[in-house]
Design a protein around this ligand. Structure first.
Ligand SMILES: NC(=O)c1ccc[n+]([C@@H]2O[C@H](COP(=O)([O-])OP(=O)(O)OC[C@H]3O[C@@H](n4cnc5c(N)ncnc54)[C@H](OP(=O)(O)O)[C@@H]3O)[C@@H](O)[C@H]2O)c1
Length: 282
């Protein structure tokens, strides 16, 4: 949000925030969009938005609950799917580590890894409840609370033979631990670095990047926007898993427009499991 070089333009003081939203058309001058149509767009953080029809996508409320188009069947889901499969190149038998594992993206990454034949899936999250859920509900083979002790030590316990693929939502000491645990020719998908988002000083970790040389690691950043071509395959496969019950999708729903900022802060504090969604008008 701040005025530094990143893939998102700096937010401007005094202007409305934006972000993914789904809602119903109230009035339209555009062909193909009529009042009552459900649409997905990027002008959230407000009760009503006026936008060009090219910036809205019609969605089908009969096929899935509207919020699914923000989460499991939307940008979040595609991030997990494309990051793990297209960028990470998940192979059957891979040992996988996911940080932010009970979050919107991370919860899906671990489950998809299992569905696609990973031999070990380890997740880290920030509370005992989340850790229990990862193993009991999401099918992770092992999970730990990164607040209980050094990530590197807890990861070594959970994956004593190392990991082949790391899906990074967190950065910092999680990335350092993963670089240490990755096997030769291991891969890391750099999706997010939430441990750093509110820091005002440069991160202290990873301090062991040079290990990447000897281990011939591949660390690759990803942006979901590069993977639009995967959208049809992603929707088909993920909808199938949802229908068969093989994939669980969770949301943390906060009611009331006036609670939007609190919901955002709570996401940074780890209050959410799965996608954080703010619902306006029931
Ligand atoms: N590259 C892309 O195209 C792309 C697209 C979408 C999202 N992302 C990134 O992917 C990551 C996950 O996004 P999401 O939407 O799924 O969010 P999310 O995981 O649902 O929510 C954030 C979670 O991060 C954890 N967290 C907060 N501070 C932390 C810290 N200091 N250390 C470790 N964990 C911390 C919290 O869970 P705990 O209770 O476990 O701490 C919190 O619930 C974010 O970094 C996001 O920026 C990238």
């Amino acid at each position: 949000m701040n005025d530094v070089r990143s893939y998102v333009p700096p937010f401007k003081l005094g202007e409305a925030m934006d972000g993914g939203a789904v809602g119903y058309v109230v009035a339209s001058e555009a062909e193909g969009f009529a009042p009552g149509d459900a649409v997905l767009h990027g002008l959230g953080w407000r009760e009503y938005a006026t936008l060009d029809a090219r910036r809205a996508v019609k969605v089908d409320p009969a096929a899935a609950p509207l919020s699914a188009y923000l989460g499991v069947l939307g940008m979040t889901g595609l991030t997990a799917y494309a990051g793990l499969l297209a960028v990470g190149g998940l192979k059957e038998g891979d040992k996988v580590f996911v940080s932010g594992a009970a979050g919107a993206v991370g919860g899906m990454v671990g489950q998809i890894a299992k569905l696609k034949g990973a031999s070990l899936v380890v997740g880290s999250a920030g509370s005992a409840e989340k850790v229990a859920k990862l193993v009991d509900a999401y099918g992770y083979d092992a999970a730990f609370n990164y607040k209980d002790g050094p990530v590197a030590e807890q990861l070594a316990q959970a994956a004593p033979d190392g990991i082949d693929l790391y899906f990074d939502n967190v950065g910092g000491d999680h990335l350092e631990a993963a670089i240490g645990a990755l096997t030769v020719h291991g891969r890391a998908v750099l999706c997010g670095a939430i441990a750093q988002y509110n820091e005002t000083t440069a991160p202290a970790a990873p301090r062991n990047l040079a290990l990447a040389i000897g281990k011939r690691l591949r660390l690759e950043g990803m942006l979901v926007g590069d993977h639009a071509a995967l959208q049809p395959q992603f929707v088909a496969e993920v909808s199938g898993w949802l229908k068969s019950g093989e994939l669980r999708s969770e949301e943390t729903v906060v009611d009331g427009f006036e609670r939007t900022a609190d919901a955002f802060l709570d996401l940074l504090r780890g209050v959410n499991t799965g996608k954080m969604v703010v619902r306006l008008d029931g």
